[in-house]
Ligand binder design. Structure first.
Ligand SMILES: CC(C)(COP(=O)(O)OP(=O)(O)OC[C@H]1O[C@@H](n2cnc3c(N)ncnc32)[C@H](O)[C@@H]1OP(=O)(O)O)[C@@H](O)C(=O)NCCC(=O)NCCS
Length: 256
């Protein structure tokens, strides 16, 4: 079943979404656990490669969440571009970062992250963006990972905290580092100890140090965690001053 709203978007998408102005990141906090009829509507926009990928997930829940994420990604991007969501096309960078194909790539950049039942989608115009989200899991063993891969300064910040606070602090650090990596699109080709971020709980974390000597002046990190929803999250943008514009899933699009 296709919802009426999704059918309307099929007729050319919505003209309702203005591209984010310079220095602004549009942030979409999307739920991935959707009722079957909604997910079925979103699924209709996926292309063959996305449907093949959905079919490869072993757990049905993971397949459902992938479909919900990709469908909503297409819907939002189609809303900005004035395109039917099924006609949004992607290319994949050297290390796997998806971006828009063709002339649309000059208008918008985006990055998607998901964890459990949440996806965060960040959209910018004319500048790269990276986002990460993590729902804490019991027994994750974050400090072991930090000892092996994080920078010495980050490790010092983490070890200075009481043990009971270390796991949450590790995840804050992780999401900030991952957002930075994802903005570069470099994946794991960029060593995790080639830059360091601040660990303290603040909306405006800092890039404390980088092998790239100019990066500290240029980059902004933002903590966009939602404690009520139960996740930690961060954004990274290569601009010295950046504001976040929270977007609601229905805003500027046909109502879902
Ligand atoms: C793939 C990677 C980008 C992140 O993977 P992840 O944390 O498992 O997943 P996220 O939910 O944050 O992001 C996945 C999405 O990012 C996008 N993505 C994929 N490769 C990307 C890349 N190289 N750069 C930016 N974004 C990428 C895709 O949209 C993907 O969504 P999809 O799976 O629906 O296609 C990559 O950085 C990686 O493998 N990281 C491993 C984890 C790690 O060591 N992190 C260190 C943090 S300190």
């Amino acid at each position: 079943m296709i919802l009426a709203t999704e059918r309307r978007a099929r007729g050319g998408g919505s003209a309702g979404l203005g591209a984010p102005p310079s220095g602004v990141v549009d942030l979409w906090r999307l739920r991935l656990d959707l009722p079957d009829p909604r997910r079925a509507g979103l699924r209709e926009w996926l292309d063959d490669s996305e449907l093949e990928r959905a079919a490869r997930y072993r757990r049905r829940l993971d397949a459902h969440r992938f479909v919900a994420g990709r469908g909503q990604l297409r819907r939002v991007l189609g809303g900005y571009l004035g395109l039917d969501p099924a006609r949004v096309t992607f290319v994949t960078g050297l290390h796997g970062k998806p971006s828009l194909a063709g002339p649309a790539a000059r208008r918008l950049d985006f990055n998607l992250a998901h964890s459990d039942g949440w996806a965060l989608l960040a959209v910018t115009a004319g500048v790269a963006v990276g986002v990460d989200v993590e729902v804490p899991r019991a027994g994750f063993g974050g400090m072991d990972i930090a000892e092996r891969f994080f920078g010495a300064g980050e490790l010092r910040q983490l070890r200075a905290l009481p043990a009971a606070q270390q796991e949450a602090a590790f995840l804050r650090c992780w999401t900030r580092k991952e957002a930075y990596l994802k903005a570069h699109g470099a994946g794991l080709s960029m060593p995790l100890d080639s830059f360091e971020v601040s660990v303290a709980p603040t909306p405006s974390p800092r890039l404390r140090w980088s092998r790239d000597a100019t990066a500290r002046r240029r980059w902004s990190l933002l903590d966009v965690s939602d404690p009520a929803a139960g996740y930690l999250a961060a954004l990274a943008v290569p601009e010295p001053r950046v504001a976040v514009r929270e977007r609601r899933p229905e805003e500027g699009l046909e109502r879902a």
